[in-house]
Design a protein around this ligand. Structure first.
Ligand code: 5GP
Length: 203
């Protein structure tokens, strides 16, 4: 149980397909340290030369990863591209209890697992917001698909099928942010979070 009942904390879950410029948007968002606390995941993949332990990820081996999982120390975890990634639970609980907005960047499986925690009542519904970042091209495809409905799905090419799959995933999120320009996307995310925090305060 994530104990949030008495706090103003908000859990902002951000996902997006690769190639959407997600890391650029997140690093820009990172400049607003006073507004957000960024969760650092544990990962079993090797660190890239540009990455710093404890800042980009906590890099661990599989044995340590599953030891954490077994002890219930991960809020969620998933296998992505052959490696394991997980969100440490305790630091997030502490930050949320202190009223912070916690940003977690997870893949769609991770977001689904956190959504399940909301559905199970472990995280109060009004204290989590799910944001999906998409490139403008996918948005245009998605709009076309919406207009066309699905009667000729059989004849759609691979890109449209991929966009449809993406669209189905998108529907599970509360907000879709189109990454047309990094500054715009960052401002939209901040505005969503500000509005959601207001909702928390008013309930
Ligand atoms: P990368 O290896 O490129 O840093 O990340 C690969 C994927 O793992 C990205 O889609 C990223 O969103 C996802 N990811 C990073 N941390 C976590 C986590 O803690 N949980 C889950 N489920 N996915 C994560």
């Amino acid at each position: 149980m994530v104990n949030l009942a008495q706090s103003d904390g908000l859990l902002a879950v951000i996902s997006g397909p690769s190639g959407v410029g997600k890391s650029t948007v997140l690093s820009r968002l990172f400049q607003f340290q006073d507004e957000f606390w960024f969760s650092v995941s544990v990962a079993t993949r090797p660190a890239r030369p540009s990455e710093t332990e404890g800042s980009d990820y906590f890099f661990v081996d599989e044995k340590s990863f599953f030891a954490m999982e077994k002890k219930g120390e991960l809020l969620e975890w998933a296998q992505v591209h052959g490696f394991y990634y997980g969100t440490p639970r305790r630091a997030i609980e502490e930050q949320l209890a202190g009223g912070k907005t916690v940003v977690v960047e997870v893949d769609v499986q991770g977001a689904q697992k956190i959504r399940q925690l909301v559905d199970l009542g472990e995280i109060p519904k009004e204290k989590a917001v799910f944001i999906f970042l998409i490139p403008p091209s996918v948005d245009i495809l998605a709009l076309r698909l919406r207009r066309r409905k699905t009667e000729d799905t059989e004849t759609m090419n691979f890109r449209l099928r991929a966009a449809l799959a993406e669209l189905q995933v998108m529907e599970k999120y509360d907000y879709i942010v189109v990454n047309d320009r990094v500054d715009n996307a960052v401002e939209k995310i901040r505005a969503i979070i500000r509005a959601e925090k207001e909702r928390v305060q008013l309930t």
